[in-house]
Design a protein around this ligand. Structure first.
Ligand code: NAX
Length: 326
């Protein structure tokens, strides 16, 4: 067996935390032969829920789970961490403006970035799930100047999986036959699910669907799927969000094949996305690092939608900069 890997989960007493922890401990996050040391970070009000979950983890007798620690100490939580799953965030409360939300989350992700900078392992990988995920990741990265910016990512894999699932249902094909779909931009309603390079088996998706369906049904449905889940289920996406987090980290660590996936990673200026923004791209994981898939032709339909989502990211960046959070 491999050496134990330290995994830190924030928001460990919350819903996504509950859906994630048992899958992490069972080996689905990193692989079936990688022992795990778990650190569960909560705020004082969430500690009891996290401690209860820790008891259930013990009661599951997972062979790979070497240790479990629950804490509300940020420094301790990230000490030596190899994989940091930043799920806990401040939700938008009644009457809260966007600036208030960014500010409240800045107070969480700034200190967490600083603690990662101070104590995490040299190979630390970070994925931000807590919303607004891209900008929270940007704030954390800005507070971790010694950690390469490439190690701070935000989750758009749930959007990717939603898009693949909806497409497979529409075409009545297995999910596994769909490849090379891309989520661009922000994990928000402006995100752009791009099927222009995607295929079902060997057939281009654009030969199977018309543009009207794409623009009037598919794209808005993917972008608003979170709201649809809330309306139907009476609560936000939980298990699917945990599942996507597992997919993101597993692929990052273990690599992707020829086909690509999507993740929000720091831009190097590719596809006209300003360098330094954390934006979703088509990505492959090679030798443990995300690489942006290069050379894709972007048509006018896609260009306008990518630009709109990136414009929103630029606005969020300006807002947090004005608040002194970067
Ligand atoms: P919950 O409210 O159930 O859990 C959040 C937990 O985080 C709470 O237990 C809270 O005490 C804790 N927390 C708050 N501040 C913390 C801090 N500073 N340090 C440690 N823990 C802290 O929410 P849940 O349903 O689990 O969702 C968590 C986050 O995921 C939300 O921000 C939500 O918006 C976001 N989502 C992101 C998705 C994505 O695809 N990127 C999809 C699902 C989800 O909506």
């Amino acid at each position: 067996t491999a050496a134990p890997v330290t995994v830190t989960l924030t928001g460990a007493g919350g819903q996504i935390g509950y859906a994630l922890l048992f899958r992490i401990a069972s080996g689905q996050l990193l692989g079936p032969d990688v022992p795990i040391r778990l650190r569960m970070l909560e705020i004082p009000g969430g500690l009891a829920a996290a401690e209860g979950t820790a008891l259930e983890l013990q009661d599951s007798a997972f062979p790979l789970l070497h240790s479990v620690e629950v804490t509300d100490d940020v420094t301790r939580a990230f000490d030596g961490t190899n994989v940091a799953l930043l799920v806990g965030a401040r939700p938008r409360g009644p009457g809260m403006e966007r600036g208030d939300l960014l500010e409240a989350n800045g107070q969480i992700f700034g200190p967490q970035g600083a603690a990662i900078n101070a104590g995490a392992a040299d190979d630390v990988r970070v994925v931000v799930v807590g919303n607004p995920a891209n900008t929270n990741a940007l704030i954390a990265s800005a507070h971790a100047p010694d950690v390469p910016a490439e190690r701070f990512t935000a989750l758009t894999r749930l959007d990717q999986n939603r898009a693949v699932g909806l497409l497979a249902a529409r075409l009545e094909v297995p999910v596994g036959s769909i490849s090379d779909l891309t989520i661009w931009g922000n994990h928000s309603a402006t995100q752009y699910p791009d099927v222009f390079h995607a295929r079902s088996g060997a057939t281009p998706i654009v030969d199977l669907v018309d543009e009207r369906w794409l623009s009037d049904e598919f794209i808005p449905r993917v972008a608003k799927r979170g709201a649809e889940i809330i309306a139907v289920r009476g609560g936000s996406s939980v298990a699917s969000a945990a599942n996507a987090t597992i997919d993101h980290v597993f692929d990052w660590v273990n690599g992707t094949g020829e086909s690509w996936t999507s993740a929000a990673i720091v831009s190097d200026g590719s596809y006209g996305v300003p360098a330094g923004l954390i934006s979703s791209f088509p990505v492959r994981s090679v030798d443990g690092a995300w690489q942006i898939v290069q050379g894709l032709e972007i048509n006018a339909f896609s260009r306008a939608r990518i630009d709109a989502s990136v414009a929103e990211l630029i606005e969020e960046q300006s807002a947090v900069r004005a608040l002194g959070l970067l």
